[in-house]
Every structure is written in C-alpha cells, then in structure tokens.
Design a protein around this ligand. Structure first.
Ligand SMILES: Cc1ncc(COP(=O)(O)O)c(C=O)c1O
Length: 425
C-alpha cells in the first residue's frame, strides 16, 4: 500500500506553512481543535461574499444560502451515515446542542427515573444531564472505567442498568485517556432495558468512520472544528425520536426537521465550511487512498465511500506516530501515560496521549514545549470526571499531546525530545 503523501496533505493547510519561511508551530493541541484546509477557508469566504443573506427569500443570495444550509445537512448525513439529512441538527457546538436537546429529552422522563453517565466523559456530556437530573429529580449513576486498562467493564454497566434507566450518555472516545469505547456493546445493553443512548463522538470523529445505523445509538454528537472544519457542532438523532420530542423553539419556526431544533439564524458560512470539510476527506479517499480502502466500503458509494476510505487511510498513517509518541514518552523517567499503551492495541485508542511526570507540574511541561513552538494542552481539559477518577486533579491534571493526520514523525520526535530535555533525561 502506498504511504500517505504527507507533503501534499500539509500543503492543504495554510497554518502549516508560513509565507516568510519561518517555522510554524508544531500543532499537538489537536484534541482541543484542529487546523483548517484551504478549501474549507475558501468555502466560508465564498459564502460570506456570494450567499450572505438570511434563508427563504426570493432573491439570489438567499437562494444560495438555502442551498448551502441544505448541502451541509446532506454532507453531515454522509459523514455519520444518517438515513436522512433531516436527522442532522447543526448548531453552535456540541455543548450547546446537548444542553438544548437534553431539555426536550427530559420531558419524556419523570421523577425517580435513572440516567447513567460515565467517569470517562468530557463535562459537556455530564453537566447538561446533571442539571436535568436536578430539575426533574432524576437519579444519576456513574459507570467507572478500569484504572489500569482504561476501559469500561460491561459487567459494571449491567449492575447499574435497571428498568428505570431512561438514558445512557457516554463518549465514543475519551478526550483524556484516548480510549475508544465499544458503542455497540453499550447500546445493546441500554436498549435491553429500554434506555436511550446518547453518544459523544467529538474526539472520535477526526480519527474514525462513524456509522450511526451500524452503531444503533439514538443520538450522536460531534464538532467539525475537531475534524478540520469550522467552530460548530452537529447532532444526529433518530428521526422518529426527534419528531416525538417537544422542541424549544419560536412559534413561527417550522415544526419539521431539522428546523424544529435549529433555533435562530444559523451560521451559514460555517455550514459552507462543514460541507467543504466532508469534501476534504472525500477528496483524500477518492484521490489519495489506495483501492483497498475504498473496497472496504463497497456497500457505500460516492462521497460516503470516499470519506470512509480516507478515515481508514489516515488512521493507518496516524498509528505508527501514536506508537512512537507513546514509546518515547513512556521511556522517560517518572513519566506515566494515562491511557492504553500496548503497541498492538492502537486500534483501541485515538492518538490523544495524556501523561504526568513525577515531580513536574503539567503546566511547566506545556510551558517548556510552548517556548519551542510545540503546542500541547495541560490541566483537566474539561475531562473533570476522568482526571478526578485517576486522582490527578490536585497535582494539576495531565499534559495532553494529541496528533492529527497532518503531524509528522519528525514532529513527534521533536516533541518527545523537548519533553525529555525538560525532564533532564
Ligand atoms: C469528548 C468531547 N466532548 C465534548 C466536547 C465539547 O465540544 P464543543 O466544544 O463542541 O462544545 C469536547 C471538546 O473538547 C470533547 O473533547
């Protein structure tokens, strides 16, 4: 199989090359948000020039804006394999969408009903539900994860599920440990007791194929700015459920989908960017990836087939980088990686690598790296539950290095060397 043409990939991203030849940052802050290819920027600019009007007008720019909005829903339906673009709700970000839809979901629950959250979540998949539970008198249970394997134990989930469980909300991939969770296993159990399943795919989306029909969940959320698109959020929900829910909307807004959950004037330029983001993946899958990747997705065609091929192709590029990053960091004195490290189990994690170094506050490490132009996150990164579960909050959380497919092995080596130098290794 041919190797990824990394120079071609990097050329797509203006942030990765400076006009004056000066060094650009090493972007290892990707779990917090990714850089954007030129075609996404162009689509957004073009929208602001040629389609800058509100929707539903009889004039040309409004017609173009209508088309941009419709196209973005079709693009995201392709991205998650939704049966219909009506099931795609586009909004400000995952957090806001989750707060919004949780109000409507809660209208189906009553006092004493139970919901299950997990200790692996970003707080955007915790606080909306905790506040709902407070408002409605729901009981909240937390599914822990194993502190050594960094995985859920389905037997623990079985213990928490009951005939009163109405919802299980959990992450597809953790923004702290990087673990990819077995969504289907959770769905099977939750549906077994009649509970709804709400999946947070924000960290998974840049690194793997999402297929909501195959996963069988009821809702799934992701954020295009984590997968090379604009700062927005996308929610997919089953059409029958979205129609059954009572929407919080203004009276003149249409009661049909997706309008009933897309409140107010939308971010049209962002939507133009979303379509271009999906097309970016599809172009890689169509033009760069070998046939073998497309043939894995022979049951799809067109853009869906190509974008799935791209995600697998890019993952195959990312895995050796992740392995090298983990091996390099784990070999440093006092360093502990809080996530799966087995080099043969990289398919069970995304390339988001969190670690601590004995005797060093995480902030001192991220500062030292920043001085060399290497951008990484430290602290809890809103992963309050996992950082607490691992007892790391008091000591400042973790350092988080997260790769994307535009990173290189050279960048990984430089990053490990910079951490080593700071630790005096
Ligand atoms: C796993 C996970 N869920 C949810 C969010 C929140 O996403 P948004 O910024 O779109 O609200 C993040 C953001 O970092 C995340 O990593």
């Amino acid at each position: 199989m041919s190797a990824l043409n990394i120079n071609f990939i990097r050329d797509q991203f203006p942030a990765l090359s400076s006009a004056d030849g000066k060094a650009t940052p090493i972007f290892m802050d990707n779990p917090g948000g990714t850089q954007v290819p030129q075609m996404v920027i162009d689509a957004m600019v073009d929208c602001l020039i040629h389609a800058n009007a509100n929707l539903g007008g009889v004039f040309a720019t409004s017609g173009r804006a209508d088309a941009i909005v419709a196209d973005a829903h079709v693009a995201m339906a392709d991205f998650v394999n939704a049966p219909s673009p009506r099931e795609i709700i586009i909004g400000q970000n995952m957090t806001t969408l989750t707060f919004h839809i949780s109000r409507s979901i809660g209208r189906m629950f009553s006092k004493g009903d139970e919901i299950i959250l997990t200790r692996m979540e970003h707080d955007a998949n915790v606080s909306p539900w905790l506040l709902l539970a407070r408002d409605l008198g729901l009981e909240v249970k937390f599914l822990p994860f194993d502190r050594e394997t960094y995985e859920f134990d389905m037997a623990e989930l079985d213990k928490l599920l009951s005939p009163r469980t109405r919802l299980v909300a959990f992450s597809h991939a953790s923004n702290m440990t990087g673990t990819i969770n077995d969504v289907k296993a959770v769905v099977e159990r939750a549906h077994g007791v009649g509970a709804l399943v709400y999946v947070d795919s924000v960290q998974y989306a840049p690194h793997g194929v999402i297929d909501v029909q195959d996963l069988g969940c009821d809702f799934l959320v992701c954020s295009p700015y984590k997968f090379f698109g604009p700062h927005m959020g996308v929610l997919w929900g089953r059409e029958d459920l979205l129609m059954e829910l009572d929407p919080y909307k203004v009276r003149p807004a249409a009661d049909s989908l997706p309008d009933r959950f897309e409140t107010g004037t939308l971010n049209h330029e962002g939507m133009a960017g979303i379509t271009a983001t999906v097309d970016y993946f599809a172009a890689i899958g169509g033009d760069q990836a070998d046939d073998i990747y497309r043939s894995r997705y022979a049951h799809f065609d067109g853009r869906r087939q190509n974008l799935c091929a791209a995600l697998d192709y890019l993952t195959d590029y990312e895995i050796p980088l992740t392995r090298s990053l983990i091996e390099g960091l784990a070999g440093l004195p006092g360093v502990k990686i809080h996530g799966i490290t087995n080099p043969n189990a990289m398919n069970l994690r995304v390339p988001t690598v969190s670690f601590t170094a004995e005797g060093y506050h995480p902030r001192t490490i991220s500062n030292a790296l920043a001085e060399q132009g290497i951008q990484v996150w430290d602290g809890h990164n809103y992963a309050v539950e996992p950082v607490n579960h691992l007892g790391l909050m008091e000591a400042g959380g973790i350092v988080r290095i997260g790769l994307a497919h535009y990173n290189t092995m050279e960048e990984v080596d430089k990053t490990v060397a910079a951490v080593a130098a700071h630790l005096g290794a």
